[in-house]
Design a protein around this ligand. Structure first.
Ligand SMILES: Cc1cc2nc3c(=O)[nH]c(=O)nc-3n(C[C@H](O)[C@H](O)[C@H](O)COP(=O)(O)OP(=O)(O)OC[C@H]3O[C@@H](n4cnc5c(N)ncnc54)[C@H](O)[C@@H]3O)c2cc1C
Length: 404
């Protein structure tokens, strides 16, 4: 019998396992992961950016957890000697109509308590010499890290606290038996007093297995990346972002230097017909049927038809992708870019066609379900883990409790 079972060996599940271990040092903790290693989905296929928190609605979980998470993650990397760099980033307006949005973003940054500076086109070029723009914002607290390495450290700490991690173990059913839950997997059953669902792209399905209704469905949005050829890396010093569409949770294709030294361009945001569909032709009948019969999708498509078409074109046409990048750096050419990995975002969508904007954590008597943890959840992972640990009802059978 376990005290806590966590479904998902991504950054949210692992941070949660580690934090619960600190809160309840005597607890028996189990993390179940269906893959043969950790962070093989969103947590290992992202941009590797430690976000500052500039984009998010003041007062939201995203704004709070990202701002605090940025600091706690940097401290964590320092304590455990994980490579990271606080290199800062620029967000730039390249056409007149973006200037107002840039200004709004600057004000939002101030409201969120960040160190942001408005800079002229010339000042942008002092930071990023190849960028052509009208004006920009400098955000000094943005950084870069490899999130797989962060996850690896979380695992070491979970295991040092006595927690267990089972790979190749897929949860198929959840039964309530008396006060406890029984998790049926391909490798037998596990009994737990409390369940935490951090299953990312499958979090809504797991919530339903646990008889919770997240009132939203996970819609997979693939993000495809290109990489600058090594001899062209000089075009990008650090991180260069466009002004995002404020109605959309995605940031627009951008340039990011990674902690390993490569430079990525992307990701776009295309609807995927498979939850873990990393390739353009990936298809899963159940996922596809579920997605296209969901009324929320059609309401969303009606609102954002133009953007959706643009994303599809950009996915199939390298020329269109390059044109988006040339808005930031006109000197970049198609030959400078080679296709690299893709990631799939788990974005919750409500029946009314609204994307769930904030992190969504749904509680029931014996379970907590993390039903929307898109970007910046990697940056915020330590804070999400703490928030979940604090929401667990008092476990009277577990005596020792330290604060987190
Ligand atoms: C393209 C892209 C770029 C991004 N860039 C950034 C960025 O730069 N900075 C940032 O902060 N955030 C970024 N994000 C967001 C961030 O990566 C995610 O928010 C975060 O990784 C979510 O972590 P997670 O643990 O919830 O999900 P995941 O990492 O997807 O983990 C969920 C895990 O659950 C497992 N699982 C699912 N079902 C079951 C089951 N039935 N049984 C057992 N295990 C199961 C899966 O195998 C998976 O390992 C990006 C995301 C994407 C896709």
């Amino acid at each position: 019998m376990y005290d806590f079972a966590i479904i998902g060996g991504g950054i949210v599940g692992l941070s949660t396992g580690m934090t619960i271990g600190q809160l309840y040092p005597s607890a028996r903790i189990l993390v179940l992961e269906k893959e043969n290693s950790w962070a093989l989905h969103q947590s290992g296929n992202n941009s590797g950016v430690i976000h500052s928190g500039i984009y998010y609605k003041p007062g939201s979980y995203k704004a709070k957890f990202c701002h605090e998470g940025n600091r706690s993650l940097v401290k964590f990397c320092q304590n455990y000697e994980i490579d990271y760099e606080v290199c800062g980033k620029v967000i730039v307006a390249t056409v007149k109509k973006e200037l107002g949005l840039l200004d709004n973003l600057y004000k939002r940054g101030l409201e969120n308590g960040l160190n942001v500076t408005k800079i002229s086109a010339e000042e942008v070029q002092e930071i990023e010499p190849y960028v052509h723009c009208l004006a920009g914002i400098k955000v000094s607290t943005t950084g870069i890290v490899n999130y797989r390495q962060v996850c690896q450290k979380y695992i070491v700490l979970i295991r040092n606290q006595g927690g267990e991690l089972c790979f190749n173990t897929k949860v198929r059913k959840v039964h309530e038996i008396g006060e406890n839950l029984v998790l049926e997997t391909n490798r037998g059953t596990f009994e737990t007093r409390f369940l935490i669902n951090c299953a990312g792209l499958y979090s809504d399905r797991i919530a339903k297995l646990g008889r919770s209704n997240p009132k939203a469905k996970i819609i997979p949005f693939r993000g495809e990346y290109y990489e600058l050829k090594p001899e062209k890396r000089y075009l990008v010093k650090n991180l260069i972002y466009p002004v995002p569409n404020p109605d959309f949770p995605f940031l627009g294709v951008h340039f990011t230097r990674t902690i390993a030294g490569s430079v990525h361009a992307g990701p776009n945001a295309v609807l995927s017909f498979k939850r873990e569909g990393y390739k353009k032709n990936d298809f899963d009948l159940r996922d596809f049927t579920e997605i296209i019969t969901y009324p929320g999708l059609w309401k969303l498509a009606a609102k954002y038809a133009d953007q959706a078409i643009e994303e599809i074109i950009r996915s199939f046409s390298k020329a269109a992708f390059v044109r988006s990048l040339q808005r930031l750096i006109p000197a970049v050419q198609a030959d400078d870019l080679i296709p690299t990995h893709a990631g799939v975002r788990a974005q919750a969508l409500m029946n009314n066609g609204n994307l769930v904007d904030d992190f969504l954590i749904v509680k029931s008597q014996h379970a907590i379900h993390v039903c929307n943890a898109p970007s910046p959840a990697a940056t915020s992972s330590l804070e999400i883990g703490k928030a979940i640990a604090r929401q667990i009802p008092e476990q009277s059978h577990l005596k020792t409790r330290v604060s987190v």
